[in-house]
Unconditional design. Structure first.
Length: 225
């Protein structure tokens, strides 16, 4: 099952589209082949999806272009068959070539406005943000969601400092779908959900879990009804 539908360009996104996107970004597994070991990405994602994860973001840094493309293409098909969103980190070219549902860009990547101009209508654009100013700029550039982090300092992205807590409420009030990332796991998921985010993005807590399915289920269960 593909993504289907239009989620908007971040500015004036219909409420129904925003709610659908929020639902489909409720729990994202962010992963690379190295982080997934000793499992493969597919093996880890199968378990995470079984526990309720709704999206997979490929954050691969070390692969050559052709190998990276082949992995992205295969994961796009894998997620499509399971009705989950597939998002490529950083690489507009590979997101386009693989048929990904979404593209996620950091503050140091291709400018959001440039990416939006080349990214097809109906596809999701996410931008990392750690301040209200960055989130507002992402919205104006046409982002559909912002990845807000790091919520807690983490070894997965050692260069990312923690978001100032006084920025979180205003970011969540901008009207964009918001996804928290950074140091989030089973033990603090309830706290992060209580901050008002639409979704959570998790790396180590799922990749290193003895039971990724159970961990994903517990993180989802911590969300207020």
């Amino acid at each position: 099952m593909g993504m289907g539908g239009r989620f908007g360009t971040g500015r004036g996104t219909p409420a129904a589209g925003r709610e659908e996107l929020a639902r489909r970004l409720r729990l994202t597994l962010v992963i690379s082949g190295e982080e997934a070991r000793p499992r493969t990405i597919v093996e880890l994602a199968e378990k995470a999806f079984a526990g309720g994860a709704t999206a997979l973001q490929l954050r691969e840094k070390g692969l050559a272009g052709r190998e990276h493309y082949g992995l992205a293409r295969d994961l796009a098909a894998f997620c499509r068959e399971r009705g989950r969103l597939f998002i490529v980190n950083d690489r507009l070219d590979l997101a386009l070539a693989s048929g990904a549902d979404g593209l996620h860009l950091g503050q140091g990547d291709l400018p959001a406005r440039v990416a939006r101009a080349h990214w097809p209508e109906g596809k999701i654009l996410g931008i990392s943000a750690s301040t209200v100013g960055e989130a507002r700029a992402a919205r104006e550039a046409g982002a559909d969601y912002v990845g807000v982090g790091a919520i807690f300092r983490t070894g997965s992205k050692s260069e990312a400092g923690e978001v100032e807590r006084d920025q979180i409420g205003p970011i969540n009030s901008l009207g964009l779908v918001t996804v928290a990332i950074g140091g989030i796991g089973q033990g603090n998921a309830a706290l992060v959900w209580s901050m008002g985010f639409d979704g959570l993005a998790v790396i180590s807590a799922l990749a290193r879990a003895a039971d990724p399915e159970g961990t994903a289920r517990a993180i989802m269960a911590a969300r207020p009804a």
